[in-house]
Design a protein around this ligand. Structure first.
Ligand SMILES: [Zn+2]
Length: 304
């Protein structure tokens, strides 16, 4: 395990314990989340070394999820994905001025395929070899692994999307620098991440499924993600909700808390979270952030 003595975003050593939680999805191991007293950022600490994280991605579970349609959870997952896919596409079309898109962490390529069918030039990066193979078989998509990402030409992309991916990235500063390099001037970066300030996060506490430790190593809210991107020369132009995440995350959280999905209770909690966000806070369970490259990066690498 890697013990972090400093904040992963601002490098401050002024941090404290925030929450104990568990890897409910794969190992049942306990992890902690720390908070930075200076910038307010939350991060998993200790966390597995980067080289030791793959066993925590029970890849068969992740992938079978996307092809299997049996069972209530999977049926709901597929319905949700169809709706979410449409929304993602509409947002990308609305904000991008060109049609060269890279989906970073593209999984088995469903989103890329739907854009390819609409005559977009698409590329993808995915660390999981099984997912890459499925993307090739199912959609003829040639997906790159993380090492190949650096070979993409600078200034060649109109838009980069990261759908629930940013919270998993270890070298987050290096990646944001690369994303900025690969984008054209005025390029767009879209990142969807769970929102730790949502009502469902507060209600479920340590059982909130979107902590998803240790796979999620960064835990964002609106302020922390905006601050992070600003240091890398991006400015926030819009924030949009992912309405179905409140229901899906509540369902998983119910399962983690009580051992059963409690569909009705989860539905009510999800509805409550969305209503509270809609009426008051804007803090939906997950948020989609739309950033524009502005070339005023102020990030300086931490001293070793
Ligand atoms: Zn910090």
């Amino acid at each position: 395990m890697e013990n972090l003595s400093h904040c992963t975003i601002c490098n401050s050593t002024n941090t404290r314990h925030f929450l104990e939680c568990e890897d409910h999805f794969v190992t049942g191991e306990e992890f902690n989340i720390s908070i930075c007293n200076d910038c307010g950022f939350h991060f998993t600490n200790p966390r597995p070394e980067h080289s030791a994280i793959s066993p925590y991605y029970n890849s068969e579970e992740y992938i079978s999820h996307s092809r299997t349609k049996s069972g209530m959870v999977n049926r709901l997952f597929h319905l949700a994905r169809k709706y979410t896919m449409g929304r993602k596409k509409n947002i990308v079309i609305k904000y991008s001025s060109g049609r060269h898109l890279l989906d970073y962490g593209c999984g088995t390529g469903e989103f890329l395929n739907s854009l390819k069918k609409s005559s977009w030039t698409v590329s993808g990066v995915e660390p999981n070899a099984i997912a890459r193979k499925m993307a090739l078989e199912d959609y003829k998509l040639d997906i790159k692994d993380e090492a190949d990402f650096e070979n993409i030409n600078a200034g060649s992309l109109d838009i980069i999307t990261l759908w629930h991916v940013l919270e998993h990235i270890y070298p987050i500063h290096d990646r944001l620098i690369s994303f900025s390099e690969k984008l054209k001037e005025d390029g767009i970066l879209i990142a969807a991440v769970p929102n730790m300030k949502s009502l469902d996060a507060r209600k479920y506490g340590r059982y909130w499924a979107a902590w998803d430790v240790p796979r999620h190593i960064h835990h964002f809210d609106r302020t922390s993600i905006e601050d992070l991107f600003k240091t890398h020369g991006f400015h926030l132009i819009s924030v949009r909700p992912m309405l179905l995440d409140a229901f899906y995350i509540s369902m998983l959280s119910e399962k983690y808390k009580s051992g059963s999905s409690n569909i009705l209770k989860a539905f009510f909690k999800g509805l409550q979270s969305n209503t509270s966000a809609f009426l008051n806070t804007g803090n939906y369970s997950s948020l989609i952030y739309i950033f524009k490259k502005s070339n005023k990066a102020v990030f300086s690498p931490p001293d070793e």
